[in-house]
Design a binder for this molecule. Sequence first.
Ligand SMILES: *Cc1c(COP(=O)(O)O)cnc(C)c1O
Length: 359
Amino acid sequence: MRIWNFGAGPAMLPPEVLARAQSELVNWHGAGLSIMEMSHRGKEFISVATAAEAGLRKLLAIPGNYKVLFLQGGATAQFAAIPMNLLRGKRATDYVLTGEWSRKAHAEAGKYCQAKVAASSKETRFDRVPPPADWKLSPDAAYVHVCTNETIGGVEYHWVPDTGEVPLVADMSSHILSRPVDVSRFGVIYAGAQKNIGPAGLAIVVIREDLLGAALPATPSVLDYTQQAGAESMLNTPPTFAVYLAGLTFEWLLAKGGLEVMERENVAKATLLYDFLDGQDFYSNPVAPADRSRMNVPFRLKDERLDAPFLEEAEARGLSQLKGHRSVGGMRASIYNAMPIDGVRALVDFLADFSRRHG
Ligand SMILES: *Cc1c(COP(=O)(O)O)cnc(C)c1O
């Protein structure tokens, strides 16, 4: 029996996608071997990689002047690759800090450039996105970096920042494909796969072509976006199985009707959970309502001595991985694309029942 998996990542994948992978695992499409055993340069795998890219392009309506890269090292490798590829002769970059992930990206960039903090909500414990009026953008910055969904703190941008001529770079790891996005507003979008796409280790980078061609000379080849774009992301052996599985997830999303449909489902799921949390005082969510994440919902019990029994009972009911990130404590429910509304209903029923018995 499958559990309801509220883990933040590696996270739940659509059961249909897993079943399809299982049915094709040993003998892919009659080829007599599995995807994992194939040459990445053979026509079978090339067709898989091409279809995966086409699926992503269709879902996000990626304009023709953007390259799509399938890389390794997760989102964390991109924290370093972004400055190495995008400085383009400049020294300064701007980072907006809204939580743990934007902080980590900023710290890593500091090894390669003068990484400035253009805005931060640290003073209010990262409970919001700083309003645009408070952003101090430097005109000489090579780019502006944001994390559009903070997986740990549960803070999400529901708008696209306007950075003028300076390219906007976004870590979308934990909400990519949860809603439509106007890719043309961004210079680079990147995401680790293990939240909303597929297996950990794979990272997707969508980059505007005019930003290519100026990587720092010391950039490792595998992290050089220009070299990878020129080699169709096959400068070395790509993570073939992860690319295949991502492609199956893209097919699943397209069959469901694409990102408008996903957004409606995700709004319904998030509204159900937040309305419940706001309607009582046993549990609380610390995030400013306008900036709450539809994907990651942190919450606290009013008495933390109840945390352990809460988690134990939840687990016994098949509601798994609700423990909050070790840096913030409390609870967190991650409700990515793969989580159906029935899972959120089961969670809300349990929350109500537990608070009745312990309130
Ligand atoms: C999970 C996550 C990362 C790190 O991903 P890795 O694959 O572990 O490198 C970075 N940014 C965000 C927003 C994340 O959710």
